[in-house]
Design a protein around this ligand. Structure first.
Ligand code: SF4
Length: 433
């Protein structure tokens, strides 16, 4: 049986044109997906998949029943005075909603990967507003595409072929030959190799270059050299931007993580706003995980804040730099963690991991990782888009409904949302006693 229009649960491109061939209710072949997507579909049926709840006893994992796992999770979270609920970028918006309920119920703290990746883009959006568009508009209109500090050939393999560079659009001509691709980066990437114009800039000089471009657009004199580019190169770049029919900048971590962080992004959004005095211009952050944008959306609906939300006082507080996961962990301010489809032990600074080693951890995941190994309790995760239906947000903030294509490899739960609801109900039950 062939299932079409399947949505890939890997990166922020949210490719929803995948076809999956099922054989005996198992995934036999996946068509139209890139290598990153292939790996995820393969992983969903691999023998490495976590299929039973595990509890650590005397330093070793032992299998426990589903009811005991829910009870144990509820016990850990209700005993803690300030729990951390972290991850969320690879689960559904429906599960996130219950996660926020859990954080509120336990007066905990909820944050996701955006806190330490595109957090500066979100702060920039809050300060300046984002002149943006959808990926469909990029495909149909854009004749100038700029990748600034991003390298989609390696991070989002179908981005260029599906949306920005190669497809023919209604008003964007014949595809590749009618589009100009510009790369601005500190090193020559694979994407730079296929671009029309590549500007190699000095590390940590993005802010200066954006300011120089704004000065050129405003008719001001600029120095002979800025960010490693000479005046002629900067003027050429500003003219290219100003004279296009429809432009878009895809912002990567190269910009959001270089010196200046949210100030770089704010400055870029001001530049794009100014460009709209001459032509149509937009900006889209290159969001990494497939639903990293979803947590920002769901948290904003529920609390008014997009990430790093602390319910310690019983109501939502937000102050990135103070209430963000790295800061809170480095200060040792949480006494339990529920990590969902994420691996903070592999990615966080040493000081944060040292604190994690001292507190009880519950991991919900599909395969074992350094974080599951450090955990006290491991609960099998369900893959939205493969084992379960669910909503997620693409990098351009378009919501997609991801289909369920096979049953999960267990029958005690059917989605992360269901698992989290059971933990929530159990905590409520304990509180009433
Ligand atoms: Fe999946 Fe991203 Fe590859 Fe598209 S580009 S198939 S969403 S991993």
């Amino acid at each position: 049986m062939m299932i079409s229009d399947v949505t890939c649960p890997v990166c922020g491109c949210g490719c929803d044109d995948i076809r999956v061939q099922l054989d005996d209710s198992k995934i036999a072949k996946v068509y139209g997906v890139c290598i990153m997507g292939q790996q995820k579909f393969r992983k969903s049926q691999s023998p490495e998949r976590i299929t039973k709840p595990l509890k650590k006893e005397d330093g070793k994992f032992v299998e426990i029943s589903w009811d005991d796992a829910i009870n144990e999770a509820a016990e850990i979270l209700s005993k803690a005075s300030h729990s951390l609920f972290y991850g969320w970028s690879e689960t559904s918006c429906e599960a996130m909603k219950v996660g926020i309920d859990l954080a509120e119920l336990t007066h905990g703290f909820i944050d996701g990967q955006s806190s330490h990746c595109h957090g500066p883009s979100i702060i920039g959006e809050q300060s300046v507003g984002i002149p943006s568009c959808t990926l469909g508009m990029v495909m149909n209109y854009a004749d100038l595409v700029i990748y600034w500090g991003s390298n989609p050939i390696e991070s989002h393999p179908r981005h260029m072929s599906r949306f920005s560079t190669y497809p023919r659009g209604i008003y964007s001509g014949e595809g590749r030959r009618d589009r100009k691709i510009v790369v601005i980066d500190t090193r020559k990437t694979l994407t730079a190799n296929v671009s029309n114009l590549f500007f190699q800039i000095k590390p940590n000089s993005d802010f200066e270059l954006i300011s120089a471009l704004r000065m050129v657009l405003n008719g001001k004199e600029i120095p002979d050299e800025v960010a490693g580019l000479n005046r002629e190169e900067i003027t050429k770049l500003a003219d290219t931007m100003k004279n296009c029919g429809y432009g878009v900048v895809f912002v990567g971590l190269g910009l959001t993580h270089s010196k200046g962080k949210s100030n770089n992004v704010e400055n870029l959004y001001h530049l794009v706003r100014r460009l709209n005095d001459f032509t149509r211009f937009n900006v889209i952050p290159m969001r990494g995980h497939y639903n990293v944008a979803g947590l920002n959306q769901v948290l904003t609906w529920r609390t008014g804040y997009p990430f790093a939300v602390d319910f310690f006082r019983g109501y939502p507080c937000y102050n990135p730099g103070e209430t963000s996961v790295i800061d809170i962990l480095a200060r040792g301010e949480v006494d339990a963690m529920l990590s969902i489809s994420s691996d903070p032990v592999s990615h966080f600074p040493k000081k944060c991991v040292e604190h994690l080693a001292e507190i009880p951890i519950i991991s919900m995941d599909i395969v074992r990782t350094p974080t599951t190994e450090l955990s006290d309790l491991v609960i099998p995760g369900v893959i939205t888009g493969i084992d379960a239906v669910g909503t997620y947000y693409r990098m351009d903030n378009i919501p997609l409904i991801a289909k369920k294509i096979i049953e999960p490899p267990f029958d005690f739960t059917h989605s992360d949302e269901e698992t989290l609801k059971k933990i929530y109900d159990k905590i409520l039950e304990k509180k009433k006693k």
